[in-house]
Write a protein that binds this ligand. Structure first.
Ligand SMILES: C[S@@+](CC[C@H](N)C(=O)[O-])C[C@H]1O[C@@H](n2cnc3c(N)ncnc32)[C@H](O)[C@@H]1O
Length: 197
């Protein structure tokens, strides 16, 4: 049951949701932003009462906003390094009227990960090794950054307690510590649900 203050007309289909954004952002949707059906399945796995879920590289907030609407019992946070994308995420959140979603502008390496219980990870570092997948030219990309970010997230995940949940989308398995057990997968194995043992 959705709250009366929510504008749920955006959730009929992806094209409706994407009208929250300007045209140049909509054009990136298919390749870079999580579709509504994937957000539903990922958030069904990650959400729990009072859980704090972080989207590592939240873009224009599509995963967090959808997940927040589908699961009002949890809070969804997103960290995004591109100021323009963060700005569009904030506007979209206000437009939808969802209150259990928070966006942070900054680099994922500057967060305190004790503040988050579970994680969503849509292969955010790929543009560092595949220039054709760049979103724009406002941030530096390099092989060095790819390795630095990958190692940082690997070590962060390894330190989290037993029971920490993770959903990866289009992410290589080698980026996930062996302490995480694969519980389920979907969409021809591109969406994977993991739990730390
Ligand atoms: C593939 S997009 C996914 C967006 C969003 N999670 C979604 O599913 O709709 C990955 C995002 O991660 C962001 N990102 C990559 N590296 C980052 C970093 N070091 N700190 C913060 N954000 C980062 C990129 O700017 C991009 O917006």
């Amino acid at each position: 049951m959705y709250s009366d203050t929510l504008n749920i007309s955006y959730f009929r289909k992806d094209a409706a949701f994407d009208t929250l954004y300007p045209r140049h952002i909509r054009e990136l949707s298919e390749m870079h932003w999580t579709a509504l059906d994937v957000s539903l399945e990922a958030s069904n796995f990650l959400a729990a009462p009072e859980a704090r879920v972080l989207d590592i590289g939240s873009g224009v907030g599509k995963f967090c906003i959808a997940a927040g609407v589908y699961h009002p019992e949890a809070t969804f946070y997103g960290v995004e390094q591109r100021e323009e994308l963060f700005h569009h995420a904030q506007i979209a959140k206000e437009q939808v009227g969802v209150s259990n979603v928070q966006f942070i502008y900054g680099n994922l390496m500057d967060l305190d990960y004790d503040q988050y219980d579970h994680f969503y990870f849509y292969n955010p570092f790929y543009e560092n090794i595949e220039p054709k997948s760049r979103i724009d030219y406002t941030v530096s990309t390099s092989f060095e950054l790819y390795h630095q970010y990958t190692l940082f997230i690997y070590e962060m995940l390894n330190k989290k307690p037993t029971g920490t949940k993770l959903v990866t989308f289009h992410a290589p398995d080698k980026q996930i510590p062996a302490s995480y057990q694969l519980m389920d997968n979907s969409y021809s194995r591109v969406l994977k649900m993991w739990v730390k043992e």
